[in-house]
Write a protein that binds this ligand. Sequence first.
Ligand code: COA
Ligand code: AMP
Length: 631
Amino acid sequence: MSYKEMYAGWKADPESYWMQAAEAIDWDKKPSKALFDKGENLFEWFSDGMCNTCWNAVDRHVDAGRGAQTAIIYDSPITHTKREITYAELKDRVASLAGALRAKGVEKGDRVIIYMPMVPEALEAMLACARIGAVHSVVFGGFAANELAVRIDDCKPKAIIAASCGLEPGRVVHYKPLLDGAVELAAHKPEFTVIFQREQEVAKLTEGRDFDWHGFQHGVEPADCLPVEGNHPAYILYTSGTTGAPKGVIRHTGGQLVALNWTMKNIYNVDPGDVFWAASDVGWVVGHSYICYAPLIHGNTTVVFEGKPVGTPDAGTFWRVISEHKVKSFFTAPTAFRAVKREDPKGELVGKYDLSCLGQVYLAGERADPDTIIWAQEKLGVPVIDHWWQTETGWAIAANPAGVELLDVKLGSPSVPMPGYDVTILDDGGHELPAGELGAIAVKLPLPPGTLPNLWKAEDRFQKSYLNAFPGYYETGDAGMIDKDGYLYIMARTDDVINVAGHRLSTGGMEEVLAGHEDVAECAVIGVADPLKGQVPVGFLCLNAGCSKPHEEVVKEVVGLVRSKIGPVAAFKLAAVVERLPKTRSGKILRGTMVSIADSTAWKMPATIDDPVILDEITVALKSLGFAEDA
Ligand code: COA
Ligand code: AMP
């Protein structure tokens, strides 16, 4: 089948298309239909089916005689550990953990926060929740205690499962004190925590509240898989929005099972038994979909890699892991390849390894620049596929469906829409734009299975953030165009989201932190182009009249403040003090113009600017930080 036939087949009869895809999933009760229209532009999938995520990701493979196949390969160049867990072992481990959670009172629908680094136990914790119908919310380890506290207060977990520590090159991340700090800060208190003690740092446990991962499983009855409704929430994953308050993206059980399973062959071109590796983190959507769920649901072997593209120990780590574990499809962020390329531009380390197992490479999370794609194609000799998606969608909106038909690659484009996504470019008034014209990228409702049906306890915000701007469409928050051949081009965000080393961050959230500093009267944060990380945040501060503190001191303090309030992952290291911020006459800060000056791209003096002279000061400040070189 060609891509065109596949896409047309879906468009002609979406209901049958997804019902057929649902055949690949084990149901305790088959859904009577695929799409459920709830009104108000809200849609759900497979709502009246009954199924269990963990059954589909683990037990059914054991039942089918594949218990001895490796489910998870743990490879940690940081701790010098390699370990393999078979599907049969995974089933026992997850059933035991699920049984222990249930013995402590965790039931279907209860929320459980998981705060863990890249160890197999993080996946086991996710699967254990799924097994008993609990709703997990994984929080990325690079966030500070305050961010964890915000999530605790929003989803109100009954329990938190955490590791004692995470390991960054040259630095131990003290998870337990961060967790204690977050619980202290939060208004909601979890009933108990479970701590997975790592030998690199054993945490002190609080009697009666903290339980040891192994100890609390002792003597408990393992739990069986509990069938849940197709529209039962599988998880909540928080992502950056337009304010400091993150949005709780919900994923439903049935849609996720069907959609993720579908992607493994059609997009990632792997068959059950093949090794699939996504070098991301369980704290991000890529980790949810492609380290944990999709490969396991599809019966693949997944790699849990605790390391970095460079420095653990060198820029050949990716190639070593691919070759050693016979990875067929590999998924990473462009920034990771840029880091490797910077250290090993000629790709000399690639030649040290036998990469004949590798079929194709996938890039997502940020714009894939043509240089990086060409470099990877040349060095690895396999197709390098850019694909575009978001935390909200859970799987690719646009991709090159290598398992169906490998289309011609157009550099700078993540190729074409996948079945389920009717992608359109709209102008500000919501009118469809012709091929080649730039506008807001929107997807005609309903979104396909596996995408977000709503935000956690925030339906108004869901409507406002995604549905109100263009009635009948989902607003992606990205701007771009579609060419005459139907290829998509993603150019920029239409909101305040920036992408730093493949990590999605909100400049609005950072501005809230800066504004909280006692000497800051007004501020702005913009995302400036960076050759390694794609973008980096840069802050501008106007100080209160009478502030006598040296500017460097205030800058140092706000940098520390963002690190302690949002976390090291914000990578907020650059700020400058200025007299005034450039604004329109109505008082809107001209962030877009500041970004253009910083990136030395063409820009026009905004007609509505209040005082153009301020831009000269901004240019000087940007130059002092190493930007706006050609301005
Ligand atoms: N726990 C705690 N801290 C973390 C962390 C985690 N899981 N992940 C990152 N951090 C910290 C880093 O240690 C760093 O701290 P520092 O300021 O003390 O050095 C900070 O957050 C910024 O991290 P990052 O932006 O990742 O920069 P880096 O210099 O450490 O590494 C790359 C640069 C390109 C190698 C790295 O960003 C990378 O591998 N990116 C891939 C991104 C990715 O997989 N994204 C997922 C979407 S597919
Ligand atoms: P996240 O929710 O963290 O996955 O981030 C989603 C955002 O990252 C998208 O809305 C885009 O802005 C950006 N993004 C993801 N993949 C791509 C891609 N292939 N090309 C361009 N931008 C991308």
